[in-house]
Design a protein around this ligand. Structure first.
Ligand code: CA
Length: 463
């Protein structure tokens, strides 16, 4: 901790002040002292926000009201866009679950540290080296060190071995499961992938999506007077396709039974997000909570009847349907409402953004790929946050630079799309623009030179 922060803490000890206020002021920096002491700082100028990151699993780009979904109302997710900013080109760093989460937790392209593939079913998932490498520093560790209470609720999918457990990676509390998927009903005790409270397996009786919502609400209530980071990772709307009558009966008009079940699962999650937001309002901290919502990858349309329209393909692919997702941010105190941000952003940006909001620091001993989005979202910076974005999964690559998207799949010739004219990636322009293809390939090669070999090989089952 810097000298100035220590001086401020010493000063704060003289007065009557809550832990939340003390932590908030401690991060405000020397400006306070220069401005003539603590009295010059108002709460609204110095208050650090709570951090809430909500992830859905395998939700399609088109399956939110703010992207035009008609058959499944998502009023609570939509409210985040109405009260915040939605990203029309919001990406994740991988088209499948676990690598995206590794990137999100570290703000680094996960291929930099070999977390390139899903952790797979046993025996791969149970190997000692399969999990978010212990050399990485997580968002939870950084926020915990900055005085935040940290909680994870839901699907972890960053390693099954004890050393990769959320409680070893910066979280004070955990309720959820460690692997990549779970049943939603008939939650009998399961030796391999149990629902856990902390590290202890529990017998959960509620529909799992409702249970996660209940636990998230309880966490907020428990820590309402503290600064907190809550990471809520629903496994909805990932397979298995399971819903309860309570939600199914909302969709009598959807004839496709898989789509109807998907609708019910999504509706349950939206209700849960509504309950979480209601709790924040009830306890008076909604304005001071920075909230991100996104899906961890695009929809696997065959598996769960999701829709990525108008994007091409879906989960597991290098096309837009694999990596462009519903993605919103809300922070009522600091960010505008009802805005659309069109420059590309990526899930790697969440960690630097919340660290800036929390007035703390990113790890300084390693390359960070994410960008603090706050000055871009407030309009202070008008340039795009990223010149280029890259994806790699084995021998499949993609890259975005401005309006251009390069796709390179194995031995096939490169494909080039102009996303400003062709969001559906229907017209390959590689033949017409060979110089541009070469330029993009060079940038891709340069990026790849900084990556490691994958630490484990892919499994056939995608989770
Ligand atoms: Ca997923």
């Amino acid at each position: 901790m810097s000298k100035s922060c220590n001086e401020e803490r010493a000063g704060l000890d003289r007065g009557s002040i809550s832990r939340r206020e003390m932590l908030a002021l401690a991060g405000a920096g020397p400006v306070l002292l220069l401005a003539g002491g603590l009295k010059a700082a108002t709460r609204s100028q110095t208050r650090k926000p709570n951090i809430l990151v909500i992830i859905s699993d395998d939700q399609g780009y088109a399956d939110v009201g703010f992207h035009g979904c008609k058959d499944i109302p998502t009023p609570s997710i939509d409210s985040l866009a109405q009260n915040g900013i939605r990203f029309s080109s919001g990406y994740v760093s991988c088209p499948v679950c676990s690598p995206t989460r590794a990137g999100l937790m570290t703000a680094r392209y996960q291929q930099r540290f070999g977390h390139e593939f899903n952790t797979g079913p046993p025996p791969t998932s149970l190997m000692e080296h399969v999990g978010l490498p212990l050399t990485e520093t997580t968002m939870a560790e950084v926020l915990k060190a900055a005085g935040y209470v940290t909680g994870a609720v839901g699907k972890w999918h960053l390693g099954m071995r004890p050393q990769y457990h959320p409680l070893e990676r910066g979280f004070d509390e955990f309720f959820g499961f460690q692997h990549g998927g779970h049943s939603y009903i008939k939650l009998a005790p399961d030796d391999y992938n149990p629902i856990q409270r902390g590290r202890k397996p529990v017998h959960e009786k509620e529909y799992l999506t409702d249970a996660f919502s209940r636990e998230a609400v309880a966490f907020i209530n428990r820590h309402r007077d503290e600064l907190f980071f809550l990471y809520v990772t629903y496994n909805a709307v990932h397979t298995p396709m399971q819903a309860t009558e309570r939600y199914l009966k909302r969709f009598p008009d959807i004839k496709d039974q898989k789509r109807r079940t998907y609708a019910a699962m999504l509706s349950a999650m939206d209700d849960g997000i509504g309950a979480i937001l209601k709790k924040l309002r009830e306890v008076g901290i909604e304005n001071d909570t920075l909230i991100f919502f996104l899906s961890d990858n695009g929809g696997p349309t065959q598996a769960n009847a999701s829709s990525n329209d108008p994007l091409r393909a879906g989960k597991g692919t290098m096309y837009e349907g694999g990596t462009r997702v519903p993605f919103v941010v809300q922070w009522k105190r600091k960010l505008p409402a009802g805005k659309v941000y069109d420059h590309p952003v990526i899930s790697l940006d969440i960690f630097p953004t919340v660290v800036a909001a929390a007035a703390t620091q990113m790890p300084a001993d390693r390359a960070i790929d994410g960008v603090n989005l706050l000055p871009y979202l407030t309009g202070e910076h008008r340039t795009p946050p990223h010149e280029t974005l890259f994806w790699r999964s084995g021998d499949r690559y993609a890259m975005r630079q401005g309006k251009w998207k390069l796709v390179k799949l194995g031995d096939r010739s490169p494909e080039l799309y102009d996303l400003s004219e062709d969001i559906s990636e229907t017209t390959n322009l590689a033949q017409q623009k060979p110089d541009l293809v070469q330029e993009l390939k060079k940038a891709l090669n340069n990026w790849e030179s900084k990556l490691q070999k994958p630490l484990w090989t892919p499994s056939r089952r995608r989770r």
